[in-house]
Design a protein around this ligand. Structure first.
Ligand SMILES: O=C([C@H](O)CO)[C@H](O)[C@H](O)COP(=O)(O)O
Length: 208
């Protein structure tokens, strides 16, 4: 099980400083969608240059032009690129083909998918590397989480690996770990804490 640190509300120097603090506990650094919007793919390159030993995920949430956007993120140094599960199958196929060409991985984010079981089964046939259940900020704000959704994809997904994101904190991590996802994605649960290093260390212990 890998721990992915999501950087969403920082600029490039702040992100690098934050990763420096917790790098020994983290497997993947996510350049979050807000960071990509603010800083562009140069944030991916800057993170990879600063920490070549860590994997970097570009949270582009690709919705169209799958091949082209995966190409650009791959050129910037991303190891993983996110594509939305609500996209057309053609978009996901294009992303997968391009990722394979560059030895990169596609993580499909199921945010906004209404019939999770059906769509997860479909996406699982498209050759993607990971299927991720995700409760975004706006649904976290009304009290939702992805814990039941994780159990659903663990039951129906046969080929892809699984991931979970959305409001995971140190207190809720044991419930998540019990469901055995391949990647646990944590943003504010680390970045919003006063002692980030302490929390990241405890999370890593729970995951191992
Ligand atoms: O993907 C994310 C969100 O949509 C903003 O782009 C976050 O990275 C993801 O939700 C993890 O962050 P936390 O919910 O703060 O753990």
């Amino acid at each position: 099980m890998k721990l992915q640190l999501a950087l969403d509300l920082v600029n490039i120097p702040e992100g690098i400083e934050l990763v420096e603090e917790v790098k020994e506990f983290v497997d993947i650094v996510e350049i979050g969608t807000p960071v990509v919007i603010n800083e562009g793919l140069r944030a991916v390159k800057a993170m990879k240059d600063a920490f070549p030993e860590l994997e970097v995920l570009a949270d582009l949430k690709v919705m169209d032009a799958g091949g082209y956007e995966v190409l650009k993120a791959s050129e910037a140094g991303a190891d993983y690129i996110t594509v939305l599960g609500v996209s057309e199958d053609e978009t996901i196929r294009g992303a997968v083909e391009e990722a394979k060409r560059h030895q990169k991985k596609i993580l499909v984010d199921m945010i906004g998918v209404k019939d999770l079981e059906t769509r997860a089964k479909e996406v699982d046939t498209l050759g993607v590397d990971y299927i991720c259940v995700h409760t975004g900020y706006d649904l976290q704000a009304v009290g939702q989480n992805s814990f039941e959704d994780l159990k659903t994809i663990k039951r129906v997904v046969k080929t892809a690996k699984t991931a979970v994101a959305g409001g995971i904190k140190l207190e809720t991590l044991p419930e998540v770990v019990a469901a055995e996802p391949d990647i646990v994605i944590v943003g504010g649960g680390i970045t919003g804490q006063t002692d980030k290093r302490l929390v990241a260390g405890k999370m890593k212990e729970l995951i191992q």
